[in-house]
Design a protein around this ligand. Structure first.
Ligand code: URA
Ligand code: ZN
Length: 382
């Protein structure tokens, strides 16, 4: 075993380069960053329900600051590299694989998406070079750009020393990730050994949360349930469309321990083999790879599930060697203690790993960092 096997690695941790913050500050519709007179930090507003709250405030007395501002505070944790390194040091994290957070460049006009992606990815590359060996990154693709610009972006990032893959939402080119037009993109990523970090943003339609959600339930339903279901649906659609067979070298790291896939994979299998339409169409061949096989061969899962129960399902589904620790920093900051101190996102996820696998066991060390080092090749010449 090399000493890298005992490193602690955070593979799910976001950064907002200053140019991206400026882009969000210049916007009038979500996603946007808005400063409110009298509030300590600007607010980052991305979810449709938050946009409704924003409209209400805009229509009300501009001199009265409501107690419940929409969105979340944009603290220094979003864009300060010193703050990221402080978070890592406070929590014993040796290496972070940083990525832009949702909704990435999904809202950027086609004509400027290529240039915006280039500047964001160059900013990430630059950030990583200031702490060699401690920072790597997942790049961002200009998905709204014309196909040749999109493929050129992969050409750009494959040459960036600290880039290990791309963070991707579920909308793809606008029709989801089972869109045949994405196959060349998946092939180009796979050919360059760039792992896709699949991350949700859109959740489920607001109606499913009911009329009481916006006023009474905060962000709990969209974040706890909408996000994981979105990931689950996106991967199930890719599987049904045969994307994993079409691009066998494709590797995907799924956020939030795969949504609910580890728990629902059996049900997905049963629904496939009992589907008269699929059977009649000859799509349920005895030689087909089951979703269980894809989970064990092409999928990695992060360990951002906050409990050993979810973690055990993830381990059973994909294998302990395919699970990687993460924090989701700077989201979910502690609300009643100093943000410069310990965050529950670290302690809960770390304790879940210890509880599922035994504190400081070889398997726990692999999940805490060894797997990420191996899979993402988090080493270099410095
Ligand atoms: N985690 C994220 O990455 N994004 C959010 O919007 C909330 C939590
Ligand atoms: Zn995240």
């Amino acid at each position: 075993m090399s000493s890298l096997d005992s490193k602690v690695v955070d593979i799910h941790t976001h950064m907002y380069p200053p140019a991206y913050v400026e882009l969000l500050e210049s916007r009038k519709t979500i996603p946007l960053i808005r400063r409110f007179e009298g509030a300590k930090d600007p607010r980052y507003i991305i979810l449709p329900a938050e946009a409704e709250a924003l409209d209400k405030i805009t229509a009300s007395d501009p001199n009265t600051l409501p107690t419940n501002l929409p969105g979340r505070p944009v603290t220094t944790h979003y864009s300060s590299l010193a703050q990221k390194l402080h978070f890592m040091d406070t929590h014993g994290i040796d290496i972070s694989v940083i990525s832009l957070a949702n909704p990435w460049l999904d809202f950027v006009p086609s004509e400027t998406a290529g240039e915006t992606a280039k500047s964001v990815n160059s900013a990430f590359s630059e950030m990583c070079s200031t702490a060699p060996g401690r920072l790597f990154f997942f790049a961002t693709l200009p998905l709204t750009a014309p196909p040749e610009t999109l493929l050129a972006a992969i050409g750009h990032i494959k040459g960036l020393k600290y880039c290990r893959g791309v963070i991707l939402g579920t909308s793809g080119l606008g029709k989801g990730l089972d869109d045949a037009a994405l196959i060349p993109v998946f092939r180009a990523l796979a050919a360059n050994k760039l792992t896709i970090f699949l991350h949700p943003h859109y959740g489920l339609p607001s109606e499913v949360w009911g009329p009481r959600a916006t006023e009474e339930y905060g962000h709990v339903l969209p974040l706890a349930l909408g996000f994981p279901m979105e990931t689950t649906i996106a991967v199930a659609r890719m599987y049904l469309a045969g994307v994993f067979d079409a691009v066998p070298d494709l590797r995907m790291l799924l956020a939030h321990s795969g949504g609910t896939l580890p728990f629902l994979a059996g049900r997905i299998e049963s629904c496939i083999v009992h589907d008269g339409h699929l059977v009649r169409e000859g799509k349920v061949k005895s030689t087909r790879r089951t979703i269980w096989q894809v989970l064990k061969e092409q999928v990695y899962l992060d360990a951002v599930i906050y409990s050993d129960v979810g973690l055990k399902a993830a381990i059973d589904a994909s294998g302990v060697d395919r699970l990687m620790f993460g924090t989701d920093h700077p989201f979910f900051p502690p609300l009643n203690s100093d943000e410069q101190g310990e965050w529950e996102s670290m302690t809960w996820n770390k304790e879940a790993v210890s509880k599922a696998l035994g504190a400081d066991s070889e398997a726990a060390r692999a999940v805490m960092g060894g797997n990420a080092v191996e899979v993402l090749k988090l080493y270099g010449d410095d």
